[in-house]
Design a protein around this ligand. Structure first.
Ligand code: PEP
Ligand code: MN
Length: 337
């Protein structure tokens, strides 16, 4: 339920409502907008109704949240959520560029990618140490050794790192190294892992599942937030359709839909969304025009030698020309890189 306070409600009146809710055993989330204060009550709706808060002169109304996702919804929190990662902010007016190889392969490869994308304007380095591969015979990632390389390259370049976690048992390990925990498309509904991620106080990049509806995706975000971690970044990476000229169908309509339904930042991954480096620049531009808070792009110093996803990886030169275009587009959208 949400409790909308009268515009003139005083601090102690807001506190009074919060205390009443807490004493009834409800979770409370305060959201102070420019004109109004809204208090989100988490728990049994009947308990909130029984408190009769609407009778208080400083309470304007008490409303149920109509959506199945609560903490995620704009009804619950009207203003955009903004998270700080290193020196950059995600969800505000900065356009965030996350770039790097699909998989961490070696220190030389990762450092070359990191230095290249940093010089081009990327603020966050991506790279998988644990790789969810379709075939058990494909390169599975360097695992902890890969995490150590990411940490070393972060030290050298200053770029924060986003890297994937694949199960609930490695959440703690990955969290020791990562600045942002990535949940891959194949694990979007790994509820045990989502619960573990909910216990962290660290941003989670939640990729949309291969065949997930927007509602299923947002319910997965709700799992993380319900555990107490409110730093969720949504990532559209394409969904499976009948089309086979692209690896997935990048659902850019999800960007305005999710911006409308939630207060969470949304980024777009045009690399997995298309599966072909040729189409990555156009879909990156389209993502920015659609209102995305950032993009995540695969970049490899030598894509033809990549152990994973070379066909969709940009060279450093191509990424550099893309970021030049994106910084012009960002300005049109009232953002900066
Ligand atoms: C990745 O980012 O390398 C990855 C495996 O992505 P997805 O989970 O979207 O397939
Ligand atoms: Mn990949």
């Amino acid at each position: 339920m949400i409790i909308v306070m009268q515009p003139a409600a005083k601090e102690e009146e807001v506190q009074h409502v919060m205390t009443r809710l807490e004493s009834a055993g409800l979770g409370v989330h305060l959201s102070k907008g420019q004109f109004r204060t809204i208090i989100g009550a988490i728990g049994d709706e009947e308990l909130v109704r029984n408190l009769g808060l609407e009778a208080l002169p400083f309470v304007e109304k008490v409303l149920p949240i109509t959506k199945p996702f609560k903490l995620v919804s704009r009804e619950f929190k009207a203003e955009d959520s903004v998270f700080k990662v290193g020196n950059c902010t995600i969800g505000g007016s900065q356009l965030v560029l996350m770039a790097g190889p699909c998989a961490v392969e070696s220190e030389e490869q990762l450092l070359a990618a990191a230095e290249g994308v940093k010089a081009a304007g990327a603020q966050i380095l991506r790279g998988g140490a644990f790789k969810p591969r379709t075939s058990p015979y494909s390169f599975q990632g360097l695992e902890e050794k890969g995490l150590k390389l990411l940490a070393r390259v972060r030290e050298k370049t200053g770029l924060p790192i986003v890297t994937e976690v694949m199960d609930q048992h490695t959440v703690k390990l990955v969290a020791e190294y990562a600045d942002i925990m990535q949940v891959g498309a194949r694990n979007m509904q790994n509820f045990y892992m989502l619960r573990e991620l909910g216990k962290l106080q660290k941003p989670v990049l939640l990729k949309r599942g291969l065949s997930a509806t927007i509602e299923e995706w947002l319910m997965a975000a709700e799992y993380i937030m319900a555990g107490g971690n409110h730093q969720v970044i949504l990532c559209e990476r394409g969904i499976r359709t009948f089309e086979s000229y692209t690896r997935n169908t990048l659902d850019l309509s999800a960007v305005p839909v999710v911006k409308y339904l939630t207060h969470l930042p949304v980024i777009v991954d045009p690399s997995h969304g298309t599966g072909n480096w040729r189409f990555v620049p156009a879909m990156s531009r389209a993502a920015v025009a659609a209102g995305a808070d950032g993009i995540m792009v695969e970049v490899h110093p030598q894509p033809e030698k990549a152990l994973c996803d070379g066909a969709q990886s940009l060279t450093i030169e191509r990424f550099t020309s893309l970021t030049k275009e994106l910084s012009q587009l960002a300005a049109v959208m009232g953002k900066y890189i």
